[in-house]
Design a protein around this ligand. Structure first.
Ligand code: ZN
Length: 185
């Protein structure tokens, strides 16, 4: 299975991922890896983001599902089209709020669990997009949370390393419901 999501215990999740050379952005190899990431994420009903090591590629890339951005902006419009997934290459966190908050999170590489993690309330990100353009994005709530979780993946860190409370959850749907409650999505 080429597009399966690597599970905790696999060493690829514990390595420091390699930056993508600027000249390689847009190359068939990197384009294919990003396509595999998007495909793997699309299969996960409650998945919001995925990092390259989670498909076995130790590269500094993560993808955030367009679904996240629709939830952020949709107040009354039911039929807004889903925005495209966003790709972040060689990301660095910036403008982390001093204030931290406990949030509930899960991970596609840690099936059947969710936990409470203390993270910065707000986090900015600087990265390159799929075309190699510089992008910057300021995230609060779920998005800021995702940026921190995904950057951790690129440094070999899993949320279970930081968790203050870990719980079993057979059904990722209920973890997702809890996220919604926490973040009002
Ligand atoms: Zn994860």
């Amino acid at each position: 299975m080429k597009d399966h999501i690597v599970q905790a215990g696999d060493p690829v999740l514990r390595g420091i991922a390699t930056p993508v050379a600027k000249k390689d952005i847009g190359s068939p190899r990197i384009t294919k890896i990003i396509a595999r990431m998007k495909k793997a994420l699309a299969k996960e009903t409650f998945g919001v983001a995925i990092a390259a090591p989670q498909i076995g590629e130790s590269l500094r890339i993560f993808v955030v599902s367009g679904r996240v951005f629709i939830e952020e902006s949709a107040d009354d419009e039911e039929d807004v089209p889903t925005p495209p997934d966003r790709v972040f290459i060689n990301p660095t966190l910036s403008r982390l709020s001093r204030k931290k908050a406990e949030m509930s999170e899960g991970c596609l590489s840690v099936r059947g669990k969710y936990g409470t993690v203390l993270r910065h309330e707000k986090a900015g990100i600087k990265a390159l997009d799929e075309a190699g353009n510089k992008i910057a994005y300021q995230g609060s709530g779920l998005i800021g949370h995702i940026f921190q979780h995904e950057c951790d993946h690129l440094d070999g860190i899993l949320y279970i390393d930081k968790v203050v409370q870990l719980e079993e959850d057979e059904d990722m749907q209920s973890a997702r419901e809890k996220l919604k409650e926490k973040h009002g999505l």
